[in-house]
Ligand binder design. Sequence first.
Ligand code: GLN
Length: 193
Amino acid sequence: MDPAVKHIGVLALQGSVAEHMAALERLPGVRAFEVRRTRELMEADALILPGGESTTIAKLLRIFDLFEPLCARIQGGMPVWGTCAGMILLARKIIGEPSHLRLMDITVRRNAFGRQSDSFAETVRVPAFGPGETPLVFIRAPWIESAGPEVEVLCTLHGHIVAARQQNMLVTSFHPELTDNLNVYRYFLRMAD
Ligand code: GLN
C-alpha cells in the first residue's frame, strides 16, 4: 500500500453512501471504499458515518457485528466524521431516546429544526473549514443541544451547534456530500494526516 494514499472508508449499511463516495473520489490522494465488514473497517485510515436513519444504522451495526469493532477503532484514535445520522450515532446522549456508540461528549436533539423547515440550505462562513463560504444542507437534521468541555464548537446556526470536534471525532448535522463544496472533506483529511 502506498503510504501517501489515504484509505477513507464510508460505513455502507444505509444512507447517503454513494454521495460521500463520489465526493471522496474528487479528492487527490484518497482511495475511498465502502465498509460493511470488520476486515474493511480495519483497512480504513479514517471513516465517514453517513446520514440516513440513525436507529436503522445502529441496528445494522449490531447485525453486521460491527458495533464493538467500530467503538474500539474510534477509541483507538481512528479519525471519524459523522454527518447527520452519523452524528447521532456518536453522541453520548440523545434527548428522549437511548443513545448508541456514546463516544462523543455531546447531547443531540433529533429532527431538531422542526417540521416547517425539515430541509433547508444556508451558506455561511465557517473559519475552521476554510477562508471562503461553506454551503450547509440540512435534512431532518439534529442539532447539538449541549457539549462537554473537550468539545470544540466549529459552527453554530441560529444559535444552535451544527458542527463540532472532539479529538479524532468530527460531527456535522448538515450534509456536505450533497453540495459540490469539499471544504469539510479537506478538514477531515487533515485530521487523518
Ligand atoms: N433524522 C435522521 C435520524 O434521526 C437523520 C437525518 C439525516 O441523516 N439526514 O437518524
